[in-house]
Design a protein around this ligand. Structure first.
Ligand SMILES: C[S@@+](CC[C@H](N)C(=O)[O-])C[C@H]1O[C@@H](n2cnc3c(N)ncnc32)[C@H](O)[C@@H]1O
Length: 279
């Protein structure tokens, strides 16, 4: 086995797992992105990490963020959805009545996503939507500045829900702080910013450590390269612009989305979730 995958390829895996339990993830389009290669990766993954509940991990995460998007849309019919580190997630299609989505990722990811999406829309496999694709390496200051200018134009003062799903730990700490400041400049009062994150203590739990070890062999990411931060640091980074609407974690959220709780710190990476509101 070699480190032959890139970070962006993690976006395929996530859909593979969402598709395995549509009832939980609520993502009826994830299966479109399925491929033999990803199935093979997940088989390998299952063998190495058997017993770790990643179907629930990704299913609950998606379901939670989808519920936030839907309630934001119910509150603001003219909502603009901004999907940062969008990968191949399908929220733009899952939220009925969404007037505009902005998808942001590395250039190769958004180009691939745009092409496939257009193809599937032509075939009637995806519903029509107004989607704007923007590319940036979010770790680069000049690219963030360009992104800010484009977001100003595209959001144009409308209410915006900004999602960062599965990406905070891949970004440099200073860049993440800069991104929070950037988002604050394009969001209006009471608009939501939601993301998942790991604090260093939770990130050290055995399932998280196993997952990082797997990623190290598959994408060459050093086990120490992740950006984990404590809840107190989350407050420090954001309090100038945002208040915390909800802070939770996967173990709490399973009670909302699973009939019977199955997750424990022994069998799932204990991801935390934050939903902030613009002051
Ligand atoms: C684990 S995937 C999650 C994708 C998607 N949000 C989801 O949950 O299905 C992480 C995504 O973040 C993107 N990403 C990571 N670092 C990035 C960076 N510096 N700039 C832009 N995108 C980045 C990757 O390309 C990838 O699509």
């Amino acid at each position: 086995m070699s480190a032959d995958l890139e970070i962006s390829e993690t976006a395929f895996w996530v859909n593979e797992v969402r598709a395995r339990n549509e009832a939980l993830s609520g993502d009826i389009y994830a299966k479109l992105w399925a491929s033999r290669k990803n199935e093979a990766i997940w088989r390998e993954y299952d063998q190495q990490l058997s017993g770790d509940h990643y179907e629930f991990y990704f299913g609950i995460r998606s379901r939670y963020f989808l519920s936030l998007l839907q309630s934001s849309l119910a509150a603001h019919p003219d909502l603009v959805f901004v999907n940062v580190g969008c990968g191949l997630s399908n929220y733009a299609f899952l939220a009925e009545g969404l007037s505009k989505s902005i998808e942001i990722d590395f250039p190769n990811v958004v180009q691939f996503k745009r092409e496939k999406t257009l193809e599937w829309q032509k075939q009637g496999l995806l519903p029509p939507r107004h989607i704007v694709y923007l590319s940036a390496n979010l770790n680069e200051a000049d690219q963030r500045q360009t992104l800010l200018e484009k977001l100003r134009v595209e959001i144009a003062g409308k209410p915006a829900f900004i999602l960062m799903e599965g990406i905070t730990y891949f970004l440099d700490h200073n860049c993440l702080t800069a991104l929070f400041e950037l988002f604050a400049q394009v969001q209006t009062r009471d608009c939501r910013l939601a993301f998942d994150f790991f604090d260093p203590i939770r990130g050290a739990d055995p399932p998280s450590a196993r997952f990082r070890s797997f990623l190290e062999t598959r994408i060459g990411w050093s086990r120490d390269a992740y950006n984990f931060f404590e809840p107190a640091e989350l407050v420090r980074m954001t309090q100038k612009y945002y208040k915390i609407e909800e802070r939770s974690n996967i173990l709490e959220k399973q009670n909302e989305f699973l009939k019977k709780p199955v997750l424990s710190p022994e069998n799932v990476a204990a991801a935390s979730y934050a939903c902030l509101k613009r002051l």
